[in-house]
Design a protein around this ligand. Structure first.
Ligand SMILES: CC(C)(COP(=O)(O)OP(=O)(O)OC[C@H]1O[C@@H](n2cnc3c(N)ncnc32)[C@H](O)[C@@H]1OP(=O)(O)O)[C@@H](O)C(=O)NCCC(=O)NCCS
Length: 322
């Protein structure tokens, strides 16, 4: 008989989770990435579980932990960023119980929105339970491009420059404006308001999303206004990630996004990276831009999102939490 308990310290069989997650990372980003994960996973996971804003559940089979979910609470929103059921327990529907309890736990915290976006093992089905629980599926994909390939090499003729500390307000404004003009409702908290965008920039620069070096955030200004920005961090030892790419609506269609990506590609090459990766929603027109630059899909990822009624255009469930 399996039961669910809250989790605040590393489970005794954490090594089994570490090995299965390392195998997923190896498939996505190569052996170096898996090696680095193995070195840091215990410390990083222990720090996550001890974080006051983190809520984690374990599915227990006797004393053995069979599955784990971890969510971060921020500004009344919850992001489920880790979901893993060990291989030995996959294919038997055990994820249903774990995810149902995870949603109940988050609703008990009175969250106004929930996002679940993670790469999960192939043998798990999280969609059925999350959709039944009121979350909306958003098909996305993880893409990667070779930094040495021809489309990634182009002279940057526009005045793209590294982000300076004084740019934060203007860049945050550009992020919010760019997403407000989009047809699709925004998925991530950081693009929905100025304070959230500023908070995101602060955490990005502190390394919350991955290691950052000077130049990993590039901006393009028109006078004293930020017209566009690309914001990156390291995702694997030889791979730089594009966390955010925005161009303010009135500057779109002039090649600014392309120039920003070329500038970041140059910085990443100089930092010794071989590849650049990103995540994109499948119906985002930006997909065409990425394909032209040589990005290819390495992993389809469905994100699941729920917003309290009135919290986000289009995706809110009028009925509220089930
Ligand atoms: C996506 C975005 C950054 C593109 O900015 P942009 O400066 O207009 O893009 P560019 O002018 O550099 O376009 C470069 C290429 O991509 C293609 N492209 C860009 N936006 C496109 C769109 N909406 N529809 C079709 N193609 C598009 C263009 O055809 C262009 O190709 P070309 O050079 O062969 O003509 C901008 O629309 C934006 O900020 N959107 C909202 C935020 C967002 O969705 N960001 C991406 C998150 S993954």
């Amino acid at each position: 008989m399996l039961r669910v308990r809250s989790l605040s310290t590393l489970p005794g069989n954490f090594d089994a989770f570490q090995e299965e997650v390392a195998a997923i990372l190896e498939r996505l980003y190569g052996a170096k990435s898996a090696g680095e994960y193995r070195q840091n996973a215990r410390r990083a996971m222990a720090a996550n579980l001890a974080h006051p804003q983190v809520r984690a559940l374990a599915l227990l089979d006797g004393k053995t932990t069979a599955g784990i979910t971890i969510a971060m609470l921020r500004e009344g929103f919850a992001e489920i960023f880790f979901v893993h059921l060990l291989k030995a327990y996959q294919g038997r529907g055990f994820e249903t119980r774990l995810l149902r309890d995870t949603l109940a736990m988050l609703h008990a915290e009175n969250v106004r929105g929930i996002l679940c976006e993670c790469v999960i093992p192939e043998g798990m089905d999280i969609g059925t339970t999350l959709i039944t629980g009121g979350l909306h599926p958003v098909p996305r994909q993880l893409m990667v491009a070779d930094l040495d390939a021809a489309p990634m090499h182009a002279p940057v003729l526009l005045p793209v420059r590294p982000l300076a500390p004084t740019d934060s307000g203007s860049v945050a404004h550009c992020i919010v404006e760019a997403y407000r003009a989009q047809d699709a409702p925004p998925l991530h908290l950081e693009v929905q308001s100025l304070p959230n965008a500023l908070d995101f920039l602060g955490r990005l620069q502190q390394g919350a999303y991955g290691p950052v070096k000077p130049g990993f955030q590039q901006v393009l200004y028109s006078g004293d206004r930020c017209a566009g920005a690309v914001l990156g961090c390291e995702v694997a030892p030889d791979t730089g990630f594009v966390l955010q790419l925005v161009v303010a609506p009135e500057f779109q269609g002039r090649g600014y996004a392309k120039a920003l990506l070329h500038a970041l590609a140059t910085v990443y090459r100089e930092a010794g990276y071989r590849r650049m990766a990103l995540g994109v929603t499948c119906d985002n027109p930006a997909l065409r831009l990425y394909e032209k630059l040589g990005f290819r899909v390495i992993q389809p990822v469905t994100a699941y999102v729920w917003w309290q009624a009135g919290m986000n255009r289009g995706l809110a469930s009028a009925a509220g939490p089930p």
